[in-house]
Write a protein that binds this ligand. Structure first.
Ligand SMILES: [Fe+2]
Length: 285
């Protein structure tokens, strides 16, 4: 089983018309290299533009991979809130933009729109409105590969999430996965976990660093880690912080694909073998 993991594509066709073409080229390259499954860990588009999300859907559909078996796609903060202005009066623009978005766009509706656009990859139930977490069992490894998807986009709030970029895997999502019947399904399988936000960003050295990390971080990340451990997670995939890197935390192997914006960009390539061993590498296709 070969998995191509990409993230943080930030497609924005009004600003960069070529971004959707680059995405299409990248998908074609991935298919030419015989990957079985595509994982996209959020920030598919840059400014929460649903027209762009629909263009991404069309690319996946036209390349024949808009389905449960071949693609898993989860949202990032840019898919729900867009981006905040980092120029000018940062604090004010952040708050004003986020408040506007809060009022005008309604994050829950955006999440619903995102999941509806990629429905074939998330659920076959046309009526389902609560999407996360969800588990896919795919062929591969010793006894199947269980792909567990979380939504880590935290609701906007002035105090806790003024930029919209902080993350949180809701306790309700963690508890849902920790149900004995769900853990039983995962048992013996090769478990791959997905969420958008980074478990690790970096150790801040300066007040500016600290503010940056605060604005980006995954809240209650150790509670998320505890859930990953209960699931016997082998690999935890994410994006958000635009750095391709891997690191181990208490036996969980985290891999950040970094930001993959061009067809020639480096992707995170994973191969899982029938004995449950695996290899991973950052490669250019
Ligand atoms: Fe992000």
């Amino acid at each position: 089983m070969k998995i191509a993991h990409i993230s943080d594509i930030h497609i924005d066709t009004p600003a960069r018309p070529g971004s959707i073409w680059e995405f299409d080229r990248l998908i074609k390259r991935i298919l030419e290299h015989n990957y079985d499954h595509l994982v996209i860990t959020g920030d598919v588009v840059d400014v929460a533009n649903t027209d762009d999300l629909r263009k991404v859907r069309e690319v996946l559909k036209q390349n024949g991979i808009l389905n449960w078996e071949q693609t898993t796609i989860i949202p990032g903060n840019h898919d729900i809130f867009g981006k905040y202005d980092t120029k000018g009066n940062k604090a004010l623009s952040v708050i004003a933009t986020a408040m506007q978005q809060r009022v005008a766009l309604a994050a829950a509706q955006k999440l619903h729109a995102f999941c509806d656009i990629f429905r074939e990859t998330i659920t076959e139930d046309a009526e389902l409105a609560g999407y996360f977490p969800f588990v896919k069992v795919l062929g591969g490894g010793k006894a199947g590969i269980a792909m567990v998807s979380f939504n880590s986009v935290l609701e906007w709030s002035l105090r806790l999430n003024p930029t919209g970029a902080r993350g949180y895997v809701h306790a309700s999502e963690r508890q849902a996965i920790e149900q004995p019947e769900v853990l039983e399904v995962l048992q013996g399988k090769f478990v791959v976990a997905l969420c958008h936000h980074a478990y690790k960003i970096y150790e801040p050295q300066t007040p500016v660093d600290r503010a940056f990390v605060w604005a980006m971080e995954l809240l209650e990340k150790d509670a998320y880690l505890a859930t990953l451990k209960k699931m016997n997670t082998k690999i935890a995939l994410h994006g958000h912080f635009h750095r391709a890197e891997e690191y181990d935390v208490q036996g969980v192997h985290f891999i950040n694909s970094g930001s993959v914006r061009r067809s020639t960009a480096i992707i995170n390539s994973i191969e899982i073998f029938p004995d449950d061993t695996y290899t991973n590498a950052f490669i250019q296709l």
